[in-house]
Design a protein around this ligand. Structure first.
Ligand SMILES: *[C@@H]1O[C@H](CO)[C@@H](O)[C@H](O)[C@H]1NC(C)=O
Ligand SMILES: *[C@@H]1O[C@H](CO)[C@@H](O)[C@H](O)[C@H]1NC(C)=O
Ligand SMILES: *[C@@H]1O[C@H](CO)[C@@H](O)[C@H](O)[C@H]1NC(C)=O
Ligand SMILES: *[C@@H]1O[C@H](CO)[C@@H](O)[C@H](O)[C@H]1NC(C)=O
Ligand SMILES: *[C@@H]1O[C@H](CO)[C@@H](O)[C@H](O)[C@H]1NC(C)=O
Ligand SMILES: *[C@@H]1O[C@H](CO)[C@@H](O)[C@H](O)[C@H]1NC(C)=O
Ligand SMILES: *[C@@H]1O[C@H](CO)[C@@H](O)[C@H](O)[C@H]1NC(C)=O
Ligand SMILES: *[C@@H]1O[C@H](CO)[C@@H](O)[C@H](O)[C@H]1NC(C)=O
Ligand SMILES: *[C@@H]1O[C@H](CO)[C@@H](O)[C@H](O)[C@H]1NC(C)=O
Ligand SMILES: *[C@@H]1O[C@H](CO)[C@@H](O)[C@H](O)[C@H]1NC(C)=O
Length: 379
């Protein structure tokens, strides 16, 4: 773990409802020279159940979707020293295109590391305005003191369904919240039963698999009902597991099945964890991006988080395994924010959208900043 970065507040101007702050990161490694702009607002553009998802000319991808390059001016969002809840770290964004804007739901932390979920929107995919208030805050005993982490959002029949991780400082529990407008969320509580997964203990790599009671995280849901009549989800941050649901709120887990996706690549031997919700491909399969952690083998640093990609078939292989996966990561830590962060050697992807003729992959850098990588649409 790297030391907390210091943030120095420089100036704040109030322009109409929109606040623009020039903030400086005193660790000048973080940006070109430390200074970045915060565009924030006390109101949110109106979203309703009638709002449209994706651009009218949306074109489904095929596997593999390659060639992502990090935006040279990352980070696109950084902590805002003016708001306590997002003053220390800002990362791990879910993304969705609504009414011709990219919307991000992101994880923010204050200096005592309580996580809350913030909302931001953009008309170009790079330059985001954020809402000054968090949209999901810790209110329940199972969310205090750790908070509400790592949102993943889909939209079905006009309703937004967001999985997030509630953390009470001891146990992580995957929860569900719903909304019609991205701003007001109704919590439905923890959605998975009190079961046991196994986790790789990197501090004791030779004796490394330890059972973990009641811990669940990182649910990525396919946004279409499958022919078996249920919605499918892959969750877990040790192995990937399968769950299904008829209403997106109540879920059944098949822990007794073999794990949904075994570990194959050298850079994912530590753990595998869903990234963004899967995206349907042109040929009716689904493309799923995920995050993997290395154990120190194969030239990948122990505990390095990288982003990978797989092709899955929920119709013919609902219980896995994936049909194919990339052998090498789509994205790896490269710059100083990713290598030297709140947690070192981390890129953690959670958002994938098509916008203005490109794919935008949104990710956390070192559990402290928020970056984007893009690739052109496939012909
Ligand atoms: C900034 O980068 C330099 C050169 O890579 C490195 O030596 C230094 O430790 C970094 N400082 C911090 C605070 O990360
Ligand atoms: C960044 O700006 C400060 C003054 O604001 C200056 O002292 C410093 O040398 C600059 N650093 C770089 C790397 O340009
Ligand atoms: C959605 O559109 C219908 C038909 O135009 C309209 O009656 C309804 O009020 C709209 N709903 C919202 C939430 O705007
Ligand atoms: C961080 O946020 C939590 C929840 O709002 C609050 O209880 C705590 O006091 C905050 N920490 C600091 C250092 O302000
Ligand atoms: C970014 O968005 C803000 C707020 O809408 C705007 O004032 C600013 O000019 C934009 N910057 C760029 C480079 O587009
Ligand atoms: C989960 O089950 C274990 C034993 O099976 C029990 O000790 C623990 O208290 C349970 N946790 C919760 C949150 O119910
Ligand atoms: C979960 O499984 C039980 C037993 O098979 C079944 O009765 C129930 O309808 C299932 N619930 C969902 C949401 O699929
Ligand atoms: C969404 O609408 C479709 C078509 O009416 C329906 O089959 C499906 O059950 C609905 N899903 C949810 C979660 O309400
Ligand atoms: C979904 O859940 C139901 C109820 O538990 C189960 O009968 C069914 O086999 C599940 N479907 C898949 C593909 O797992
Ligand atoms: C879709 O339309 C947008 C403008 O709304 C444009 O920027 C984008 O390039 C178009 N994409 C394709 C694949 O034509």
């Amino acid at each position: 773990m790297a030391p907390i970065r210091n943030m120095k507040f420089l100036s704040a101007l109030l322009l109409g409802g929109s606040e623009i702050i020039a903030a400086q990161i005193t660790n000048s490694n973080a940006t070109a020279n430390g200074t970045y702009h915060v565009y924030s607002s006390n109101s949110v553009p109106r979203v309703t159940t009638n709002s449209t998802e994706n651009e009218a000319n949306y074109t489904a991808p095929y596997f593999p979707l390659l060639g992502f390059e990090e935006y040279a001016q990352n980070p696109i969002l950084a902590p805002n020293p003016a708001n306590n809840w997002e003053s220390a770290y800002l990362y791990n964004p879910s993304a969705i295109v609504i009414d011709d804007k990219v919307w991000l739901l992101y994880r923010a932390q204050n200096s005592s590391k309580t996580s809350t979920i913030g909302l931001a929107w953009s008309t170009d995919g790079y330059n985001f305005t954020r809402y000054n208030k968090p949209v999901v805050t810790p209110t329940e005993s199972y969310e205090i003191p750790g908070g509400c982490e790592d949102p993943r959002v889909i939209r079905v029949n006009g309703t937004f369904y967001m999985t997030y991780t509630a953390y009470d400082g001891k146990t992580a529990r995957l929860c569900m919240a719903t909304s019609a407008n991205l701003m007001d969320w109704t919590k439905h509580g923890p959605i998975l039963p009190n079961t046991t997964d196994v986790v790789w203990n990197w501090q004791d790599p030779l004796n490394s698999w330890v059972p973990r009671q009641g811990w669940s995280k990182s649910g990525a849901i396919l946004n279409e009902r499958q022919p078996d009549g249920t919605y499918h989800m892959h969750f877990g941050d040790s192995f990937l597991y399968f769950a299904n649901s008829t209403d997106l709120i109540h879920w059944n887990v098949t822990y007794n099945q073999p794990v949904w996706a075994p570990k194959l690549n050298v850079w994912e031997q530590g753990l595998m964890e869903s990234a963004a919700p899967p995206v349907k491909t042109r040929d009716g399969k689904w493309l799923k991006i995920y995050n993997g952690v290395a154990t120190g083998q194969g030239g990948y640093k122990a505990t390095q988080y990288s982003t990978g990609e797989m092709l899955i078939d929920p119709v013919n292989s609902p219980f896995g395994p994936p049909l194919a996966r990339l052998e090498t990561p789509l994205l790896q830590p490269t710059n100083v924010r990713e290598i030297n962060g709140q947690v070192d050697n981390v890129v953690f992807s959670e958002g994938l959208v098509q916008f203005r003729g490109k794919w935008f992959l949104y990710f956390g850098e070192g559990d402290a900043f928020l970056g984007v990588a893009t690739t052109p649409l496939q012909p």
